[in-house]
Design a protein around this ligand. Structure first.
Ligand code: NDP
Length: 254
């Protein structure tokens, strides 16, 4: 069950919420944040899954600086619960990283089933957007919301050789468009929450290591990706809301 310890209330340390932190890039965010002066809310789908064990033992014993919450972005109820739990008095979420994502390879437009396509759209597009929407609705002050997108979702940089990624690419392209609308709607309301999309690079994680049959040039470690993304994320300002960035700090075309 999700419960917030007292130590996470009313803190003046930078506070981060990482959605999808059980492994890969999300886990690396938590690992690096624990090295600094941060408060962290991190979500996993299953606290007791074997792959969640190592860091969580460490985080759990770290004076409550990292609070583990349960969130499955395929469940609206679960998303709402997390938004409600983080909306506690005097707490501001400085940075929210919506990192959860799936890639079930291959997913070709000429072959994929209805269910396969829906699975990518639900996890990579609808879940992340509804998650951000609920945090905004909860009235908790939020500084920056980062959506983990992908270069595959860029319409301008369409890569014909990228075989087997149709549902994944379409889900990230849809995420990109939806988050741009979110940024524009917030600007119209004079809400200073910064909304950005990030491409983390081609990263050696369970997802990045999938045997795809085509060679990805320049695969980087989660450490390298995250240390650079943190620099990009923490140096954005309100003028950057509605923009797309790479881990190297280059603006990426939609
Ligand atoms: P991993 O497959 O290693 O990790 C994916 C993470 O998403 C896990 O923590 C997983 O949790 C979580 N997740 C999956 N489904 C759900 C769900 N329904 N609800 C909540 N959490 C969920 O991938 P990466 O770390 O490589 O990817 C992280 C993000 O970066 C993704 O959005 C991905 O699309 C994006 N990205 C990655 C690239 C790469 O090269 N690795 C390149 C471009 C973008 P669980 O352990 O429970 O499955």
């Amino acid at each position: 069950m999700n419960q917030i310890p007292d130590v996470l209330y009313g803190t003046d340390r930078p506070t981060w919420l990482i959605i999808g932190a059980s492994r890969g890039i999300g886990l690396e965010f938590v690992r690096q944040l624990l090295q600094g002066n941060n408060r962290i809310f991190a979500t996993v789908r299953d606290k007791y899954a074997e792959h969640c064990s190592g860091l969580w033992a460490q985080a759990g014993s770290d004076h409550g600086r990292c609070q583990l919450l349960v969130c499955d972005v395929l469940s609206e109820e679960s998303i709402i619960l997390v938004a409600n739990l983080t909306a506690v008095p005097n707490l501001r979420l400085d940075y929210v990283v919506i990192n959860a994502g799936v890639l079930r390879y291959p997913n070709r437009a000429t072959e994929m089933s209805f269910a396969e396509f829906a699975f990518h759209l639900h996890t990579n597009t609808i879940g992340p957007i509804i998650c951000a929407q609920n945090l905004l609705k909860s009235n908790i002050p939020v500084g920056t919301i980062v959506f983990m997108s992908s270069d595959s979702g860029s319409a301008q940089c369409f890569r014909e050789m990228e075989d087997g990624f149709a549902a994944y690419a379409a889900s990230k392209a849809a995420l990109n468009q939806a988050l741009r609308h979110m940024a524009a709607e917030l600007k119209r309301k004079d809400d200073d929450t910064i909304i950005i999309a990030m491409h983390p690079g081609e990263v050696a994680t369970d997802m990045g290591n999938i045997e795809t049959g085509w060679t990805v040039e320049g695969i980087i470690s989660p450490e390298e990706s995250v240390v650079n993304m943190m620099r990009v994320i923490t140096t954005r300002d309100v003028m950057d809301s509605g923009t797309f960035w790479t881990w190297e700090g280059k603006q990426y075309p939609w």
